[in-house]
Design a protein around this ligand. Structure first.
Ligand SMILES: [Zn+2]
Length: 350
């Protein structure tokens, strides 16, 4: 039984992990976040990657153009990251920090979309990591060992994170998009400078939703969805109220033809439906009191950002998630969700 009335107002959430893509895609996909998020941390695995000041400035200009096309109330504040590549020097990191990057992203070589150029170990980028630690930049990690079997990649990567943390005790480190009960325990028991993002899809679904009955490529992502026990551990981590866990959608749209084909790209286009779906889930789990700090407080505190002052309102006004948005199939496409995001200006969702 829902404890909620028909309208529900909360601080506007932040999204500490998103892919907005580039060019035409960026304009379309910015709308997926519009009006639902205060700050959005943009991942740097574009082509070419955001790995120097020139690329960062060019991408910022592109993102700002896309945001200008949105109405005022729908604009969000983009936060920028850079991709950590072998050979990066201290001076490169210092320049990126001066240009406004708040975090660097570590993708093990070959772990996910556009990651073939990544380092093969933390040792390969030691100079960059030491500089980030000294400057107070956040390290975001795609924590998977690409050599391990696909369902074990995340846990297989944990020993290298343990070594990294021992070597860099002041480096604020985020394990991105946790998917495995073992990594939940690793973060819980880890040092204070270690935190993690959790996505909506890893809280909502399991591998059975993706390949149990028929194959749904729109739920195929990296790290792949795991088992019910893993999902339980992720939910418990959010419900615990621990400050170490915060929301990152990992919204990663691909055009429908890149998903519905014989070599489906990995990524869930989560941003259009993540917030309403999570409000329903945590209402059902009687955990709304924990959902709000998870989505609105812990991430900002970890990144050293001020709390959001804007609010948003959801109304119990069911809507069907569109089957296609900007050429991509959103999470929960074709399903009816109970809550939708509204504000004074009217309804945000298409
Ligand atoms: Zn991602």
């Amino acid at each position: 039984m829902s404890r909620m009335k028909d309208r529900y107002t909360m601080p506007i959430p932040d999204d500490f992990h998103a892919h907005l893509r580039q060019s035409e895609g960026l304009i379309a996909y910015a709308k997926g976040h519009a009006g639902q998020f205060g700050r959005v941390l943009l991942m740097p695995n574009t082509l070419p990657p955001i790995s120097d000041v020139h690329r960062l400035e060019a991408y910022r200009a592109e993102v700002e153009r896309a945001l200008e096309a949105l109405p005022d109330y729908a604009r969000f504040e983009p936060l920028f990251t850079f991709k950590i590549l072998p050979g990066m020097k201290s001076a490169d990191i210092e320049a990126l920090a001066r240009a406004g990057a708040v975090a660097g992203k570590y993708y093990p070589s070959g772990a996910t979309t556009n990651a073939a150029d990544g380092p093969r170990s933390f040792d390969e980028v030691e100079e960059a990591l030491s500089t980030m630690e000294a400057l107070g930049l956040v390290l975001c990690i795609h924590g998977e060992d690409p050599e391990a079997p696909v369902l074990e990649r995340e846990r297989a990567f944990l020993p290298s994170v343990e070594k990294l943390l021992a070597r860099h005790p002041r480096l604020r480190t985020v394990l991105e998009h946790l998917s495995d009960a073992q990594s939940v325990r690793f973060v819980e028991h880890g040092p204070e400078n270690l935190a993690a993002t959790i996505t909506a899809h890893h809280l909502l679904f399991t591998i059975d939703d993706m390949i149990g009955e028929s194959m749904n490529p729109h739920l195929y992502c990296k790290p792949v969805l795991k088992f019910a026990a893993d999902r339980e551990a992720l939910r418990a981590a959010v419900l615990s109220g621990s400050k170490k866990f915060f929301f990152g959608s990992d919204s990663a749209p691909h055009p429908r033809e890149k998903k519905e084909c014989d070599a489906s790209a990995s990524g869930v286009y989560a941003s259009p439906s993540a917030l309403p779906a999570l409000v329903s889930l945590f209402d059902a789990l009687e955990g709304l009191d924990s959902l709000i700090p998870f989505m609105t407080e812990h991430g900002a505190a970890f990144y050293g950002l001020p709390p959001n002052t804007r609010t948003l309102t959801l109304a119990r006004n069911s809507w069907e998630v569109p089957k296609l948005l900007g050429g991509a199939v959103p999470m929960c496409a074709g399903q009816w969700l109970e809550w939708r995001v509204v504000q004074n200006e009217g309804t945000f969702m298409p």
